[in-house]
Design a protein around this ligand. Sequence first.
Ligand code: HEC
Length: 108
Amino acid sequence: MKSLLRRKMMMLVFAGVTLAQVSAMAISPQALAQEKGCFACHAIDHKVVGPAWKDVAAKYHHNLKYVPYLAKMIKNGNSGIWGSVPMPPQNVTQAQAEELARFILSLK
Ligand code: HEC
């Protein structure tokens, strides 16, 4: 009886760990970008509708001081920087926009 209880406890602990891992994966920047639909217009290393994110990273010298600037662009949209097609405002929180900006700047 006691050992059955312990086994149940172990399973609960295990389930908790697995859940934590899954949610950690769900918030990886790439998964976030996927979920937010960024890849409808962007790719990491080639132009789609919007610029390749590697080109964005290079333009801003991989410099994290541009995180707030890019986060603002991601949230509010932008136009006229890469061409004539505007980027519409994106449905992301400030924290998500910053996470995506940091991720994009890290691409080489
Ligand atoms: C409907 C198409 C579309 C979607 C969806 C989209 N983008 Fe863009 N994005 C663009 C276009 C077009 C540009 C270039 C705009 C310009 O020239 O100013 C751009 C530019 C950018 C830039 C460069 C901004 C700058 O100041 O140089 C970043 C960073 C960016 N997008 C990130 C994202 C992220 C992150 C997402 C998802 C949350 C996203 N985009 C979703 C079309 C899109």
